[in-house]
Design a protein around this ligand. Structure first.
Ligand code: ARG
Length: 463
């Protein structure tokens, strides 16, 4: 049997393999709600403009509501022979209400229909991610405020560099996630134009009102070019680009958490709620959530890459290639959402081991820059000379196998005779972080100010 939606010119039905490669219903049934919402907006507009009768429109809307209820109750039978969600719903509508169902597709094509449905789905996912990022920023800012004055080692090259505060480290991620959120908001604003009414590609001769459907579906305006409307997928590419950058940030934090909770570092404690045990090694408490967050980055980048490659060779307008856009986004965006939820829970429960962090902050001559700065400030040396003197002092400390603040004054003066006992004041990690008061620096005063600023702002956004 040929397809009842488009089989007029066909004598035979599709080969089983044709059906298998062609059908998208196994995955695009996820769009049922968007499809029904879009159809209702469309038919209402058709009636308002005298393109279908008010009576038919009412019957169609009633049928669509019934289908929605059937799908949500798990009673709807999806059929591969009907290819996709659009035709599955329309075929059921015909069963339910008879010939009036055939009027729904007036002045519309599956091309503008799918572009609209998918945009609605991506927009909703982006909205959820924006909310979730706010929640993650909130727990990070709260951690930052609590640990504004707790010192930890700051690293470059994963080598001890300078002491920083744990709060400052948390706030670095708040800034990154704030930019991720702002990117998603930008993408949302750009994607919020309605393709419906582009029809197959050229628009339609029916007197449709695209402003009306755009408004009904929460879009700012209809898309201005019908060819563009049915053929671009930049809205999902942009969402996936933003998702990829966000996943990268999440992955870096996840990687730090994995390192921090190893026994050798022992910088933080994860809650039992966000760790797992080993079936053979009873002592183990593994940071699986962090590892999985790190791992999910791969599939999110993969989705972006797959879609970029899928789109790059397509002449305008619609090609069936575009059907492949959905599974990628259906996988990537919910996985990012899950990763955000897991990170938020993990950070909320995370306890820094402040004693260990403080001890580690002083290791590896982390206050050497403070010593060099002291020579500049107190002895009036040029920074390059001070750097050289400090380097010699570090070398001496390495030979003596002691930390910088354990070098005797005599040893210090053997390198630079002008050094006085006052120098020991800058060699403690607490003094070091407290002195970093430059804007954006790690001092507890700064961290308190910034974390409170974020907490206030995030709270205001909620109100
Ligand atoms: N299932 C199709 C997709 O996801 C719907 C659009 C089909 N359009 C067409 N001209 N065959 O892209």
């Amino acid at each position: 049997m040929s397809n009842r939606m488009w089989g007029g010119r066909f004598a035979e039905g599709p080969d089983a393999i044709m059906e298998e490669i062609n059908a998208s219903i196994d995955f695009d049934q996820k769009l049922y709600k968007q499809d029904i919402t879009g159809s209702k907006a469309h038919v209402r507009m058709l009636a308002a403009n005298g393109i279908v009768s008010a009576q038919d429109a009412e019957t169609i809307e009633g049928g669509l509501d019934k289908i929605l209820a059937e799908i949500e109750a798990g009673e709807f039978k999806f059929s591969r022979a009907l290819e996709d969600i659009h035709m599955n719903i329309e075929a059921r509508l015909a069963e339910l209400i008879g010939p009036a169902a055939g009027r729904l597709h007036t002045a519309r094509s599956r091309n503008d229909q799918v572009a609209t449905d998918f945009r609605l789905w991506v927009r909703e996912s982006v909205d959820n991610l924006i909310v979730q990022l706010g929640e993650l920023m909130q727990v990070l800012s709260a951690k930052a405020e609590t640990h504004a004055a707790d010192v930890m080692p700051g690293f470059t090259h994963l080598q001890s560099a300078q002491p920083v505060t744990f709060g400052h480290h948390m706030l670095a991620y708040v800034e990154m996630f704030a930019r991720d959120r702002s990117r998603l908001k930008d993408a949302r604003a750009r994607m919020n134009e309605c393709p419906l009414g582009s029809a197959a590609l050229a628009g339609t001769s029916f007197p449709i009102d695209r402003e009306m459907t755009a408004k009904a579906l929460g879009f700012d305006r209809p898309m201005a070019n019908s060819l563009d409307g049915v053929s671009d997928r930049d809205f999902v590419l942009e969402a996936l680009s933003d998702a990829s950058i966000c996943a990268m940030h999440l992955s870096r934090l996840a990687e730090e958490i994995v390192i921090w909770c190893s026994a050798q570092f022992n910088f933080v404690k994860l809650s039992d709620k966000f760790s797992t045990g080993s079936s053979i090694m009873p002592q183990k408490k593994n940071p699986d959530a962090a590892e999985l967050i790190r791992a999910k980055t791969g599939r999110i980048y993969g989705a972006l890459n797959a879609l970029l490659v899928m789109m790059k060779g397509l002449p305008l307008t619609y090609s069936k290639d575009m059907q492949e856009d959905k599974e990628q986004a259906f996988d990537a965006l919910p996985n990012l959402s899950l990763a955000l939820a897991a990170m938020t829970g993990m950070v909320r429960d995370l306890e820094p081991n402040t004693k260990v962090l403080k001890k580690a902050a002083g290791c590896g001559y982390a206050t050497a820059t403070d010593l060099a700065d002291w020579c500049v400030r107190v002895l009036g040396m040029p920074f390059r000379d001070a750097h050289h003197v400090t380097g010699s002092l570090v070398k001496l400390a390495v030979e003596r196998n002691v930390e910088l603040h354990r070098l005797s004054l005599a040893d210090m003066q053997s390198v630079e005779p002008q050094i006085t006992v006052d120098v020991y004041n800058v060699l403690s990690v607490d003094k070091s972080v407290r002195s970093r008061v430059s804007y954006g620096g790690t001092s507890p005063v700064n961290v308190r100010k910034q974390s409170r600023r974020w907490l206030r702002q995030l709270e205001k956004e909620q109100a």
